[in-house]
Design a protein around this ligand. Structure first.
Ligand code: 0X9
Ligand code: ZN
Length: 483
């Protein structure tokens, strides 16, 4: 019992203070009641403690150095930005470049948006020449990406020491996010439960937090970090959790009306890797047969138009060896199929400030999809004037992607309202920011998203689409199967 109490005290200290290493040391006892050791022992105990402290500091320094050394360096890497693409031809001209692994596409080609590409120092000139020849007016917007990473690491450290910040106002690593949702479940057992929906390839839990104040309701499922490097997603989800649990009275109606399922870390292995090895990691961490390149893009691994995805194992968008080759995707799809009360699915991504409608929606009369997205767009704009764009990913924006979770949720699971939201930044307002977003922007982004999320749930559909309505969808398999 005593040990358990100590353990909880240490855990709480670590979580609340942001201090990443905390111990309680129990010194030797003796004498009356165990609290009065003889004075002759003091000198020995002092020596022992001193030696132990030196060892702890030494081990800490060695561990930190090892972590820092392992981190992939982007020294001298540039971010190149083109002009806004105006036509399908311009999109198609850039598409072949997305297949080259020298170029890390931060913003994929789509109509109405600039393209942003991270490129190493040796390839910069060649890329600029190519883009100039295509008439896309490239320019360098970030001179040295490693400098941005250094700034981010420093800020994360500083913010972790600020005790007045909410968990949603700084970037939390995987363990911290898990601890936060566990804490919510422990503090609000009447409305909050944790559901383990499966495990990642490396064995980390896929944890969903459910908020519900009564049975029999329809539900929204929100998921973030299916792409590991898109760190701005979880703060918006944790903010929603915080609003729903800390302002219980004010937000009662939001819980009376429906249930909420939150999956803040949909790709735990990738997310941990993005903290410890490579900040720009996007995929899962499952090794690929006959290749040194690790991982699959989980947002290309769902069974909707999967077969048309990228087969290049080294590509950041590799679609995997088969649909649901990734345990993370299988677990998410199973969870959705097993929980028919989920009638709204929101995939939270970054960046570009877009609300994307599913591909299949182009062929169907579903005016609600558009109007609900427009409502969310207005709700965001009302906070601080930020203008999101709304459009079908494929048709309007010519944004090609196969095997995505939200397309599958709409087309195959029959979820009538299914969206991808690409959060901030956008190139207009935040200029040089990209996946590396200043933590100081989080309160504004959280406030904008909270308004959008509230607008979304006011339109929760009562039902899913019937089997008969969804049978014509182009997929690899007749019905969803798992590999
Ligand atoms: O490419 C993706 O998976 C998503 N964008 S991101 O920059 N976060 O990687 C968007 C998917 C959009 N879906 C379709 N175009 N169908
Ligand atoms: Zn993404």
């Amino acid at each position: 019992m005593g040990i358990l109490v100590f353990f909880l005290v240490i855990k709480a200290t670590v979580l609340v203070s942001g201090i990443s290493v905390a111990y309680i040391i129990e010194l030797p006892g003796g004498g009356l009641g165990g609290f009065n050791p003889p004075a002759s022992d003091i000198s020995l105990v002092n020596d022992e403690c001193w030696e132990k402290m030196l060892w702890s500091v030494y081990l800490l320094v060695v561990c930190c150095a090892a972590t820092t050394l392992a981190y992939k360096s982007y020294e001298g890497y540039h971010v190149i930005r083109t002009k806004e693409l105006q036509s399908i031809d311009e999109v198609k001209n850039v598409l072949p470049l997305t297949k080259l692994n020298d170029y890390n596409f931060f913003i994929n080609p789509r109509i109405g948006s600039v393209v942003e590409i991270l490129v190493g120092p040796e390839q910069t000139e060649h890329l600029q020449n190519t883009l100039t020849t295509l008439g896309l007016a490239p320019r360098v917007v970030v001179e040295n990406f490693e400098r941005e990473l250094r700034k981010e690491r420093k800020q994360i450290e500083e913010f972790s020491l600020q005790r007045n910040l909410l968990p949603s106002e700084r970037y939390l690593n995987f363990d911290e996010i898990m601890e936060y949702i566990e804490l919510v479940a422990t503090t609000h057992p009447e409305i909050a439960t944790i559901i383990n929906i499966g495990n990642s390839w490396e064995g980390r839990p896929l944890r969903v937090l459910k908020l519900s104040n009564g049975p029999g309701k329809k539900a929204i499922l929100m998921e973030s970090l299916i792409h590991a490097r898109e760190w701005v997603g979880p703060p918006t989800i944790l903010h929603a959790i915080h609003e729903l649990t800390s302002n219980l009275l004010e937000n009662q109606a939001l819980l009376d009306a429906n249930d909420w399922y939150f999956l803040p870390v949909a790709n735990p292995d990738g997310y941990v890797y993005s903290w410890t090895e490579d900040r720009l990691w996007r995929k899962t961490r499952r090794p690929n047969n006959d290749s040194d390149c690790v991982g699959t893009d989980p947002n290309r691994n769902f069974d909707y138009k999967w077969q048309d995805g990228t087969t290049d194992k080294c590509s950041g968008s590799y679609h995997g060896s088969m649909p649901y080759s990734e345990p993370e995707c299988e677990a998410i799809a199973k969870f959705i199929l097993d929980h028919k009360e989920i009638t709204f699915y929101l995939a939270v991504h970054s960046y570009g400030q877009l609300i994307l409608l599913p591909w299949e929606a182009e062929n169907q009369q579903n005016n609600d999809l558009k109007s609900v997205a427009e409502d969310a767009k207005q709700a965001i704009a009302a906070v601080n004037g930020t203008q999101y764009k709304v459009g079908t990913a494929h048709g309007v924006l010519s944004y090609f992607a196969h095997g995505t979770s939200f397309d599958w949720a709409y087309a195959k699971a029959g979820i009538r309202l299914s969206y991808t939201i690409e959060l901030s930044p956008s190139f207009e307002k935040y200029n040089e920011q990209n996946f590396i977003m200043d933590s100081k922007q989080l309160p504004l982004i959280n406030a904008e998203c909270w308004e959008a999320y509230k607008a979304f749930v006011t339109h929760l559909p009562k039902t899913r689409r019937e089997e008969s309505e969804i049978e014509d969808v182009n997929s690899t398999t007749e019905t969803t199967t798992f590999g």
